[in-house]
Every structure is written in structure tokens, then in C-alpha cells.
Design a binder for this molecule. Structure first.
Ligand SMILES: Cc1ncc(COP(=O)(O)O)c(C=O)c1O
Length: 370
């Protein structure tokens, strides 16, 4: 019995050829302000997909988020509003700037609650980072309205949502800057990697400097920067994956429809991300199980279905944030989600028979345990 992992990279001959061509060129990276040939090619594909003025490739989603906060001048004494129901990177980049992450609760759809954001704003709030969790867009209109009223800048954590749309516009283009990840499990991947999208010339210029130790020409380090450059081999893979993205998303959506069909008639399992004004890329297909989540998880894993829990612990309850004194807040929806969510494999590496198996095993486990 094959084990069906929660996510796998889908790589083929085109990616292999792209890597080999970089190896043959001998140019593995490029320390110029503009970046290397493959970096530029990847960036142009991101710009085209999103319809934005600038895309800046970096070497992780974390680097994307960190460089945007640095470019915006976030520093000690500032507050940055973040969800706690997310991957730690969203908050860690705030600490990395010496600023304070202010955790707010989510709505039942697992994304930031605009009303909770409004209540969290203080004079120190500089930025808010909504996350489009699992590939499903957050309430950007409402969040942006609050942000604009209080002169707070908005940065989208679109690490999981490449290709998702909100009111007909791509996530990552609905704010000052969008941050994407190309980590090995993501909807398009280069193993590690990331990108920032923005329409601001000024921000784009700062980001290009930040990814390269503040160097514009030669060795003229002008401002604080880091090595956030995406290697050419990774950029070459990412570029091919951008071409394949529409097919990947179609497969994810097709698989999600099969899973929807399978769980019909199981009242104990809710799918909570389905407003008609936005599209889901199903980075994860996540259900809210009213009870026995861990028993269902165990049963599925024992049957070779790599169901998984994202996230069992809210960021503010991790030891790091406890040691920062930030664990005290009660975030009801977040804690409820941590105790009840379960994600099923939905990725394009699944054959139709695999998806049927995931669906069948889930229905069996749920019928027995829910
Ligand atoms: C919501 C979210 N934010 C940020 C990141 C960080 O991206 P990376 O792992 O590429 O640094 C990830 C993915 O890992 C993520 O899922």
C-alpha cells in the first residue's frame, strides 16, 4: 500500500533540462542588482501572472517577508499585527526587526478577523500581515479599510496562495506588497525560494538592494541588506513551474471537487473556505472536524493517507513566544481551529485513483468516528 503524502513537488523533464542548462552555463548565481538570467525570467513570469509592476525573487518566503518589513523601516518600538493561526515565519520576521508581533484572532474561515484587527490597532501599529491561509484569500477589502483609516501598511503573506484571486484580482497584489514562497510543498516550487510583488518603484528598489547586501554597483554596500538571492538553478526550476501552474491549480481544484463529493452527508466535517467572491488554490484542503480529530488522523495515517494538522499549536503559544511574554492572549477561534482542523492530500501528484482512495478512507474514518 503506497503512502500518499500531504504534498509532493511535481517535477519533470522540463525542470531537469532547466537545471542542466544552468549547470552548463557555469553561472550559478548573480550578485548584480538585477539578478541573473533565470532570476529575471522567473520574475517576468510572476509579473505577468499577477499583473504587477515589480516582482523580486528571493531565496525563501521568510526572506520575502523579512525584506519587506526591513524595506518599510519596521524597527524596535513598532507593532505589527499578525494572525497566530499561521506558520511561525509570519511572526518571526517581526521579531527579527526588533518589533512586537501583536496576535489577533481569525474568523471561522481561518483568516484574520478584520474586526479583531481594528481593535488591536494602536499608535505604534506600523504594518498588518494578513495570511491567505491554505491558499484561500483573506477579507482584504475590510482589512485594507481599517489599515487605511489608521495609516497602517498592509503586507500580504501569500506564501500559500500563489494563483488565488479575490474580487478578480490575484492575492499578493491587494496591498503594498505580496510575499510568496516556493518551498518544496508549495503550489509551485524550487525547493526553497520566494518572491515579493509590488507596484511601488521605491519599495522594489529597496528590496533589490536588501536581497544583495545593499549593493548597487561593485562593492558599494549602501544600506543594510542580506544574502536573499535566489540561486539560478532554483530560479530555472521556478520558471518552469510558473508555466505549469495553471495545470497544477486545475488538478488541485479537480481533486478538491472529488473530496467535496466524498464528504457530503458527513455533518461532523465542515469545509469553511468557500465564499463566491474569491478563489481557492487548495494548497491544503482542510476540514473542521467537530470531534475526534486525532482519532480520524491516526486512522487515515494507518491506511496510508498522509492527512496532517496545520497547525496544532498557535504561534503565540509556542515556547519562543511564551519566552517573549506574548502567550497570554485568548484567541478563541485560533485555539478552536488548532484543536479541530485536518488537511487531506489534494496535490496534483495524486492520480484519480489516489484521490478516490483519500476520499473513501476519509468517509470510512469519519463515518466510524464522527
Ligand atoms: C503562511 C506561511 N508564511 C510564510 C512561510 C515561509 O515560507 P518559506 O518556508 O519559504 O520561508 C510559509 C511556508 O513555509 C507559510 O506557509
Amino acid at each position: 500500500m503506497d503512502f500518499l503524502p500531504i504534498n509532493v513537488p511535481v517535477l519533470g523533464e522540463a525542470e531537469k533540462r532547466a537545471v542542466l542548462s544552468v549547470m552548463d552555463s557555469g553561472k550559478l548565481t548573480d550578485g548584480s542588482y538585477e539578478g541573473g538570467r533565470m532570476v529575471k525570467e522567473f520574475e517576468s513570469k510572476v509579473r505577468r501572472l499577477l499583473g504587477v509592476k515589480h516582482a523580486i525573487a528571493v531565496n525563501s518566503g521568510t526572506a520575502a517577508l523579512h525584506s519587506v518589513l526591513v524595506a518599510m523601516g519596521v524597527k524596535g518600538g513598532d507593532e505589527v499585527v499578525v494572525p497566530s493561526f499561521t506558520f511561525v515565519a509570519t511572526a518571526n520576521v517581526v521579531l527579527a526587526c526588533g518589533a512586537k508581533p501583536v496576535f489577533v484572532d481569525t474568523k471561522p474561515d481561518y483568516n484574520m478577523d478584520p474586526e479583531k484587527f481594528r481593535k488591536a490597532v494602536t499608535k505604534k501599529t506600523k504594518v498588518v500581515i494578513p495570511v491567505h491561509l491554505y491558499g484561500y484569500p483573506a477579507d482584504m477589502d475590510e482589512l485594507r479599510e481599517v489599515a487605511e483609516r489608521h495609516s497602517v501598511r498592509v503586507v500580504e503573506d501569500a506564501a500559500e496562495s500563489l494563483g488565488a484571486e479575490y474580487h478578480g484580482r490575484q492575492t499578493g497584489t491587494l496591498s503594498d506588497a505580496g510575499c510568496f514562497s516556493l518551498y518544496a510543498t508549495k503550489v509551485a516550487t524550487s525547493g526553497e525560494g520566494g518572491a515579493v510583488s509590488t507596484d511601488s518603484d521605491e519599495l522594489a528598489d529597496r528590496l533589490r538592494l536588501i536581497r544583495n547586501h545593499g549593493v548597487l554597483h561593485g562593492y558599494d554596500s549602501r544600506s543594510l541588506g542580506f544574502n536573499y538571492r535566489l540561486p539560478e538553478m532554483a530560479a530555472a526550476v521556478a520558471s518552469v513551474q510558473m508555466d505549469r501552474l495553471p495545470g497544477f491549480l486545475e488538478a488541485r481544484r479537480r481533486n478538491a471537487r472529488v473530496l467535496d463529493e466524498g464528504r457530503r452527508g458527513i455533518p461532523g466535517a465542515e469545509f469553511r473556505q468557500r465564499e463566491s467572491d474569491r478563489t481557492h488554490v487548495y494548497y491544503l484542503y482542510t476540514l473542521y472536524l467537530k470531534k475526534n480529530r486525532d482519532a480520524v488522523l491516526e486512522r487515515l495515517n494507518s491506511k496510508g493517507v498522509g492527512a496532517a494538522v496545520y497547525f496544532r499549536t498557535p504561534v503565540h503559544k509556542t515556547p519562543l513566544y511564551a519566552s517573549e511574554g506574548l502567550s497570554g492572549k485568548a484567541l478563541t477561534q485560533t485555539e478552536s481551529a488548532c484543536g479541530h482542523v485536518l488537511s487531506l492530500p489534494v496535490h496534483p501528484g495524486l492520480s484519480p485513483a489516489d484521490v478516490d482512495r483519500v476520499s473513501r478512507e476519509f468517509t470510512r474514518a469519519a463515518s466510524a468516528l464522527l
